[in-house]
Design a protein around this ligand. Structure first.
Ligand SMILES: [Zn+2]
Length: 248
């Protein structure tokens, strides 16, 4: 008997109710739209929670903050229709700004207790050479919130949600943007949907930069799938919540 026998890698393809917590409007789709679309076709319900307002990434500097926010949401709703996202939520923390990660954790706890997902997707906060603090903080606070979801003495930002919450099982966390994947998803059948969704993020990318991004995604997707019997892939580190503490 080994620890792996008790805590095997959770099967991400069994996900039926998925909360995807992203730092910026486009991260879930750049990293995971292929597998999310597959899971949605499989009957899963998908919810997006965006932590920052993403206003630093909007390329048209003539837009007011309100107009920029509208442009970002317009793109996100278009993508939501392609991928089949059931509901979108936003926390509005300042993009690349200063905010309290305990506040973010309370908010993520609220949505975990409200939505009761069986799988949670978020960036790998332990990605080596990740310099964007929003990505590290989102991944870390989300991992903590998953670990603490059942500890109701730890308050979320909504007492009404906490008092109605009766506990539930989270089967796994799928970290995207990872260098240490243990699950290589075959997204060949949904590759076109993924690229169509990424190309919707027009508020944040000049056309040339978008072409570069799509080319990089294509190369990376082939690279990760090397040696597999499929063409396009997305890599994930999928862990059981009990593996998020003390190295188990
Ligand atoms: Zn981002």
């Amino acid at each position: 008997m080994t620890v792996e026998t008790i805590l095997p890698t959770p099967d991400v393809y069994s996900a039926k109710r998925i909360l995807c917590v992203q730092p910026h409007y486009d991260d879930n789709d750049i990293a995971a739209a292929g597998v999310l679309k597959r899971l949605q076709q499989n009957g899963a319900e998908i919810f997006y929670l965006t932590v920052t307002n993403d206003l630093m990434g909007v390329i048209d500097h003539s837009l007011s903050p309100e107009a920029a926010a509208e442009a970002l949401k317009r793109d996100q709703f278009t993508v939501g229709k392609i991928i089949g996202v059931k509901e979108q939520y936003w926390l509005g923390y300042p993009d690349a700004g200063k905010y309290d990660t305990f506040d973010v954790r309370r908010d993520v706890l609220k949505y975990i207790r409200l939505i009761r997902p069986d799988f949670v997707f978020t960036p790998d906060p332990w990605l080596t050479y990740e310099a964007h603090r929003d990505h590290i903080q989102t991944g870390l606070t989300t991992a903590e919130a998953v670990m603490f979801a059942g500890l109701t003495k730890i308050a979320s930002s909504d007492p009404a949600v906490d008092s109605a919450y009766e506990g539930h099982d989270i089967l796994g966390v799928a970290f995207y943007y990872t260098r240490e994947p243990n699950t290589i998803a075959d997204i060949t059948s949904t590759w076109d949907d993924k690229i169509a969704s990424v190309r919707c993020y027009q508020a944040q990318f000049e056309p040339d930069d978008m072409d570069m991004l799509v080319m990089a995604l294509d190369m990376k997707s082939h690279q990760v799938a090397a040696g597999m019997d499929f063409e396009h892939s997305e890599p994930f580190k999928v862990l059981h919540p009990q593996s998020l503490h003390c190295g188990f």
